[in-house]
Structure formats: C-alpha cells, structure tokens
Design a protein around this ligand. Structure first.
Ligand code: BYC
Length: 309
C-alpha cells in the first residue's frame, strides 16, 4: 500500500506536501474551487438587500453575514492554493464558465423575507453538507470548514429569526415569509446535488474520504432537521407528500424536479447571466485594489530585505 492509502485507511489527514494521486488532487481542486466560487457569488443575492434592510440592526447583521461569505471564499481559495493552483486562474475559470458554483445562487431575492429564507434554508443546507467536510481527508480543506461551519450556524439562526419575526407579524408579513419558503424549498433541496444514482463523482469521492455521506443521505438529513423547524415557525413546506415514516425513522417527501437543477447548472437559471456579469464587472473594478496590494507587498518586502542587509 502507498503511504496515501495507509493514511486514508487510518483516517489520517493528507497534507499539501504528502504524495497523492493526481485524480485526488484534481477532484479536490474542482470541489474546493466550486465551493469558493459559491461563497463569493453567494454574496450577491443578499447584497441586493443591504441598502433596503428594514432597520439599522438588520442592516448591520446582513453586512456582517455577507462579509463572512467573502471570508469563506478567502479561506477556500487559500485551501485550493495549497494544491498548487493559482487563485487568479481559478477566478478566470469561473468567469469563463469552465468551473461551476452552487445552483442556489441563480435564484432572485424578491422580498426581504428571501433573506430570511436564504439564512434558514440555504445556510441550513450548507451546514448539513459542510459539517462532514470538517472530517474531509484533505487537511487544509477540513480545517477551513471548521470556522466556516461555526459562522454558517450563526447565519442559519439569523435567517430563522427573520422568518420568525415575519411569521408572527402582520398578515402581509406572514404571507411574505410563506412565499419566500415556497420559492426556496425545492432549490435548497437541489443544493445537495443530483440523486446518488446520477452522481458521477460520489463513489470515488467517498472512497477517498472527501465526501463522508452521499448526496441523498445529506438531503434526507436536512429534510428531517427542517420539518420540525418549519412547525416552530408556523410555516408550511410546499410538499404535500411530506410525512413522518415511523418504519424508516425519516420524513418521506415528494419527487424533486432534477431537470430544473440540470438546467440551472447548464446556465439557464433565472439569474445565471446576471450573477456572472456582476462578478466579472466587480473583478474588473477591483483591479486597482489588487495592483495597490501587490505594490505595497513588494515595497514591504524590499524594506525588510534592506533592513536585514
Ligand atoms: N450546483 O457527482 P456530483 C454556501 C455538479 S456555498 C451546481 O454529485 P460532487 C453558501 C457537480 O459539481 C454552497 N453544480 O458532484 C454561500 C458536478 O459537476 P462537475 C456550496 C452542482 O462534487 C453563501 C455534477 O454536478 N457548497 O453554502 O461529488 C451564502 C455532478 O454532481 C450542484 C459546496 O460547494 C449544485 N447544487 O457533489 C450561503 C460544498 N450539485 O464538477 C451559503 C462542497 C452538483 O463534474 N461541495 N453539481 O462539472 C460538495 O459537497 C459537492 O461538490 C456537491 C456535489 C455535493 C455540491
């Protein structure tokens, strides 16, 4: 057995300088880069509401959350770089459509309640998916996930609290909360990816300890966790087939329209073009910041060298 296989068999962590198969490295770069891209594209739907948040308190909380997402992108690009790839190159692949980002961020945020639904459902789904990634076999990714999960859990609670306030407010606020949940429920379930039978990467990624559970297992875990929370909110989930199955010890649910997921992944979701155009524009507008930071770093390094001489 190679030392890589020994490490996996012992449930150890693979570190950047360890030997690893090329396909393992490629799979990690693909997943971590997609994850990083999702974090920074994920700033857009909520960023849309910063200037329209209903109070100063809500605005401050939302700004902090969106900044956290930029930070998650940063940890994840840094984790990807330990595998020998360049951040500029990853961003170029995002901007030219050669790398993906999560389908969920291609849906519009039409009302303030959508900010609540994103926090509760989207961050809730993200936590279910990401807690097992804290035990991922690649050390830098696993360690980045620990902090990300702590922050996601705050995000999920703030979304729940927004919806709780709205669902206990006026009839119009309650209707707004219900409408947001109706629109975000199915796309949140699609975040977990295609069903196991149609997931080309799952088997190998699980054998390598990158994924610890399959897409369908995590989706089921999310449904089981969320149904009682919807009851606590006094809101309904838009699936008439949702019911507790005592034999299975899980909630049964209705069929998911995966053709919608595949269409969104292909670029045909409601906001794909808008999200990408905004991202490319933001990157171009930020060129001067990157140039200034590089110039500062070069000066700083030169001064340190002079001081040492
Ligand atoms: N959207 O074989 P599969 C967040 C792709 S950020 C788009 O199951 P895998 C947050 C998949 O990439 C949320 N594409 O793949 C941020 C593959 O395509 P390629 C992001 C999807 O990798 C801000 C193909 O379909 N979280 O939470 O084994 C604010 C076949 O799929 C999707 C992560 O990235 C999708 N939903 O499993 C709030 C977590 N699903 O690469 C919240 C880390 C599948 O062959 N990633 N595809 O062209 C993962 O856990 C896994 O990559 C996935 C997919 C479970 C997503």
């Amino acid at each position: 057995m190679s030392s890589f296989e020994d490490l996996l068999a012992d449930d150890g962590r693979v570190e950047p300088r360890d030997e690893m198969p090329d396909d393992y490295r490629r799979t990690l770069v693909r997943q971590i880069a997609q994850h990083a891209h999702s974090e920074i594209i994920g700033m857009q739907p909520e960023g849309n509401w910063i200037s329209r948040a209903p109070s100063l308190r809500r605005k401050a909380i939302l700004m902090a959350k969106v900044q956290d997402e930029a930070g998650h992108g940063l940890y994840l690009y840094a984790a990807a770089e330990t595998l020998g790839v360049d951040r500029e190159d990853l961003l170029d692949q995002l901007h030219t459509g050669r790398q993906k980002y999560s389908s969920i961020f291609n849906y519009p945020t039409l009302t303030w309640a959508d900010v609540g639904a994103i926090g509760w459902l989207v961050d809730g789904a993200a936590i279910v998916n990401q807690v097992p990634l804290c035990r991922c076999s690649y050390g830098p990714y696993a360690r980045a996930m620990i902090r990300v999960c702590k922050e996601e859990s705050f995000h999920q609670r703030q979304g729940f609290e927004i919806l709780h306030t709205l669902s206990h407010g006026t009839p119009a606020q309650r209707a707004m909360a219900q409408d947001a949940v109706d629109r975000y429920w199915w796309p949140a379930l699609m975040m977990f990816g295609p069903p196991d039978a149609d997931s080309p990467h799952s088997e190998q990624s699980m054998a390598w300890g990158i994924k610890r559970f399959s897409n369908d297992e995590l989706r089921q875990r999310f449904i089981d966790m969320t149904v009682p929370q919807a009851e606590a909110l006094g809101l309904t989930l838009p699936d008439p087939e949702l019911r507790w199955n005592a034999d299975r010890g899980h909630y049964d649910s209705g069929p998911i329209d995966f053709t919608e997921l595949f269409e969104v992944i292909k670029g045909n979701g409601p906001c794909n073009a808008q999200r990408m155009a905004h991202r490319v524009r933001a990157h171009e507008d930020g060129a001067w910041v990157r140039e200034a930071a590089s110039a500062y770093a070069a000066k700083h390094a030169a001064r340190t060298r002079e001081g040492a001489a």
